[in-house]
Ligand binder design. Structure first.
Ligand SMILES: Nc1ncnc2c1ncn2[C@@H]1O[C@H](COP(=O)(O)OP(=O)(O)OP(=O)(O)O)[C@@H](O)[C@H]1O
Length: 239
């Protein structure tokens, strides 16, 4: 048995001759909020997709709650308690906010509990006032929040968020940061993100990817002031 909620052991992913991720390991305990950062093409999204079951690693293993999830479908991994928000929105535009959140909640809970959970989640995410609106008419940032609500509605033990702040306004990014810090009190969170102001706001621990490998990892303040990290982000603000 393992003490970790999630363990990635020596993951490698090859696409033909390209090694997108090379021998990367990561361990996450319950209640941790961990960020993955790195320049474009560093391998973050590929690593994220191996964690969530979207890609089967070329070699290495992913354990969730102590069990290997290699080769399992994303749907089965989700049922085991992993919630995933990818870069591609997966909400239904023709349905209302409440219907979207409810649909996610009933996948995990009986209808009476799902209704209560749906109300609770919309309130927690700050979208109760939008409950009756069709998702298709909402602004991008609001749709991102609806999607986050659908991810947490089934009470996952871990949520994986791929660039959740993308396309949000500065004010929305601030709100999302506070929300994720609050959410991390009840579940573990892994965030892949480019927005460094957002990372500084939320990160407790960080893994920095570069060219498919881990460049640096550790507590956020230490990582963000590391010269090697500054060098790979040369010309961009790090801390
Ligand atoms: N399906 C694929 N087929 C071939 N090569 C791929 C595939 N997906 C990713 N790659 C390559 O693997 C490397 C890592 O890509 P990946 O998208 O994981 O990086 P990233 O750090 O998420 O980048 P970004 O921040 O730009 O999203 C890149 O060289 C990319 O071109």
């Amino acid at each position: 048995m393992t003490d970790y909620l999630l363990e990635a052991r020596n993951l490698t992913m090859r696409f033909g001759g390209v090694v997108a991720v090379r021998d990367v390991s990561l361990s996450l305990r319950e209640g941790e909020l961990h960020c993955l950062i790195g320049p474009n093409g560093a391998g973050k999204s590929t690593f994220f997709r191996m964690l969530s079951g979207q890609y089967r690693p070329t070699s290495g293993e992913v354990l969730f709650r102590g069990q290997s999830i290699n080769g399992q479908s994303s749907a089965k991994i989700a049922r085991a308690g992993m919630g995933i928000k990818t870069q591609v929105p997966s909400v239904f535009n023709a349905m209302t906010v409440r219907e979207n959140v409810m649909l996610a909640a009933v996948r995990a809970l009986p209808p009476n509990l799902a209704r209560r959970r749906c109300d609770e989640v919309m309130k927690r995410i700050g979208i109760s006032h939008l409950a009756a609106e069709k998702v298709g008419i909402l602004a991008h940032g609001q749709r991102q929040l609806v999607e986050l609500a659908t991810v947490i509605a089934p009470r996952p033990a871990l949520i994986l968020l791929d660039e959740p702040a993308a396309g949000m306004t500065g004010e929305e990014v601030e709100g999302l940061g506070d929300l994720l810090v609050e959410l991390a009190r009840s579940c573990s969170v892994i965030v892949v993100e480019h927005d460094m102001s957002f990372i500084r706001r939320i990160a407790r621990s960080i893994t920095v990817f570069n060219q498919g490998s881990v460049l640096v990892e550790g507590p956020a303040d230490q990582v963000l002031s590391d010269q090697r990290v500054r060098d790979v982000y040369l010309g961009r603000e790090v801390a």
